[in-house]
Ligand binder design. Structure first.
Ligand code: NOJ
Length: 599
């Protein structure tokens, strides 16, 4: 054999080996090296370890993180310039909200070109540089897959709406006017809550579960699915490490569009999430794309319940790795569809019950997620803690302790590591979020109570979680030299990263400490969870146990001192971590106290 030939054969052999080993990996089966933490004896005995189970995910809303060019909008180069900060947090994975070309009707959740970068955010070269920078630091990158709908400015939709006979017609859901008015479908973002929009050109209605500029893609058309898979491969081949999948539970639809069956009236989300072919499509996606890469996937799972979630994330299903539910985050609403909060607040006992119920689902199979904030939610400390000056830091740390000691992959929202708070706009003109703006119009049209709506928005409005990151105490918080796209919270003069860097006891440094602590203690990741003292109205108490190790976590969710009654003897317990300088060792907790004990 000539030298060239044998080199070629070796190359083919190596390539075949690589391809085969990749095919064995992918969602639910990948084998990437996980962290080798402390407690090696324990580590060896844990079955089914996965890097994404051990990861802490840090979510960045790119529009609001760091602006590099003074246009008032955060961008990719801004993120790249802050990679050392991100690395310093100790997190493993960054999830970025959509960064693709978009007219920004819904801040990037309306994509006009899935393989191009949004102009506001930079260029593909900026993306490549950011990805290299992340990987160089050992940080993985997860992007947002928004495939239930596209933008109405996507070329597919331009074609689709141009004539009834266009080859792209069937990429979307159309209802020809001769058939009469289509059956009611609720839209989350439409000012009339109507998910059917009449289009003059072809005298037909198209479906949009979200805004009029977000037409739903027709997954029943195999060509659409193939386009989505092709686009996913494009990003995986660039080296990204996973996708968070926007409203992926909604992709399958009954294209006859019947009247909503009786049992779903008043619960349209459940109907949207129970399309008959949803699992068929996800299994196909896994076969065609996910199983070929060493990546992670997480569903945004509206409508998932403890009864059905394993159908998405059970390993044997070969669909997705994880899903995040809304059962706890949606506590305390009087009317969720209008985002009106219940003046009586939310039930703490219910909160504990829900998290415990969700933990139990994954006792044998699958894997959970946990979060208290994201770009669709207000600031964690305002909603679930207490952002009054006396308690903001303490309750931020307490909530962080909760997120980082549960048996699920934590999804931690940028800015929560500083204890950033809701901005609480008084004026509708300050809001930029289409959801708030159009709900305001809807309630006005219906003659509803706008004051009640505005007060509710101060608590739960999405823009509260989207205000620019507070880097320092300079006029725009060091976020931009221009005019920020959304107002900066005036409290940045006190709450900012720079001030917290140098303070050993800051919320920021507590976050770093507890991220490291979780990663060094596999019991916090894989250990069995047991709820204690379940009727305690103030304290969330639970143990985590793994191969003889046992940790007790005590969290006071109130501004008053509180007692616990766990039934455990804690006299000899060792204090491992707490959010007070002198953590309580006797089960009596100070306001918003969090303490981790080893038993
Ligand atoms: C869920 C996303 O998280 C949200 O921000 C977006 O507005 C809707 N899906 C529509 O894409």
């Amino acid at each position: 054999m000539t030298n060239r030939k044998s080199k070629l054969l070796i190359a083919i052999f190596v390539l075949a080996f690589l391809v085969l080993s990749c095919q064995n990996s992918g969602s639910g089966t990948n084998q990437t090296q996980v962290n080798s933490n402390q407690s090696p004896t324990v580590a060896n005995e844990i079955p089914d370890r996965k890097w994404w189970k051990e990861a802490v995910v840090y979510q960045i809303y790119p529009r609001s993180f760091k602006d590099s060019d003074g246009d008032g909008i955060g961008d990719l180069r801004g993120i790249t310039s802050k990679l050392d900060y991100i690395k310093s947090l100790g997190i493993d994975v960054v999830w970025l909200n959509p960064i693709f070309a978009s007219p920004n009707d819904d801040n990037g959740y309306d994509i006009s070109d899935y393989e191009a970068i949004m102009k506001d955010f930079g260029t593909m070269a900026d993306f490549d540089e950011m990805l290299v920078g992340m990987h160089k630091r050992g940080i993985k990158l997860v992007l947002d897959l928004v495939a239930n709908h596209s933008s109405d400015e996507h070329e597919w939709f331009n074609q689709s709406r141009s004539s009834r006979g266009n080859p792209y017609r069937n990429y979307y859901h159309w209802w020809d006017e001769e058939k009469g008015k289509p059956a009611k479908r609720w839209s989350f973002f439409d000012e009339n809550a109507d998910a059917w929009k009449y289009d003059e050109t072809t005298k037909s209605y198209y479906l949009h579960y979200f805004s009029q500029k977000q037409p739903d893609l027709n997954w029943e058309n195999p060509q659409v699915r193939e386009e989505v898979y092709k686009m996913m491969r494009f990003w995986f081949d660039k080296g990204i490490d996973g996708f968070r999948m926007d409203v992926i539970t909604f992709i399958s639809k009954d294209t006859r569009f019947p009247e909503l069956p009786e049992k779903y009236r008043g619960n349209f989300v459940q109907y949207y999430a129970e399309g008959e072919q949803r699992h068929e499509y996800l299994q196909e996606m896994n076969r065609e794309v996910l199983s070929r890469y060493d990546i992670m996937t997480v569903a945004e799972g509206p409508g998932t319940t403890t009864e059905n979630v394993l159908e998405y994330v059970g390993e044997d299903r070969r669909e997705l790795n994880m899903s995040y539910h809304f059962e706890a985050i949606d506590l305390g609403y009087k009317d969720l569809s209008k985002k009106l909060i219940d003046p009586n607040g939310w039930s703490f006992l219910e909160f504990k019950k829900i998290y415990s119920k969700w933990d139990a689902v994954f006792a044998e199979k699958g894997w959970g997620t946990i979060y208290l904030g994201n770009h669709d939610q207000p600031r964690m400390v305002t909603r679930w803690g207490n952002d009054a000056p006396a308690f903001r830091e303490l309750s931020s740390k307490m909530l962080t302790t909760f997120l980082l000691t549960m048996r699920s992959t934590p999804y931690y929202y940028f800015g929560d590591e500083l204890g950033m708070t809701n901005i609480r706009f008084d004026n509708i003109d300050d809001y930029r979020d289409i959801m708030t703006i159009n709900l305001h119009k809807l309630i006005a049209t219906e003659g509803g109570d706008l004051d009640e709506f505005m007060e509710s928005q101060k608590v739960v409005g999405r823009d509260n979680g989207r205000t620019p990151f507070q880097w320092d105490n300079s006029p725009n918080a060091g976020f931009t030299t221009g005019k920020p796209w959304l107002k900066v919270n005036p409290n940045h003069t006190e709450i900012n990263a720079e001030a917290q860097e140098s303070d050993e006891n800051s919320v920021l440094n507590y976050f770093r400490k507890i991220v490291k602590f979780r990663k060094e203690n596999l019991v916090l990741i894989y250990g069995k969870y047991t709820l204690l003292d379940q009727d305690n109205e103030s304290v969330y108490a639970y143990t985590r146990e793994l191969n003889g190790e046992k940790f007790l976590i005590l969290l006071n969710f109130t501004e008053k001192e509180a007692d616990t009654n766990t039934g455990l003897d804690i006299r000899n317990a060792k204090i491992l971590l707490g959010n007070y300088e002198k953590p309580s060792a006797d089960g009596k907790l100070k306001p918003y106290e969090a303490v981790i004990l080893e038993l």
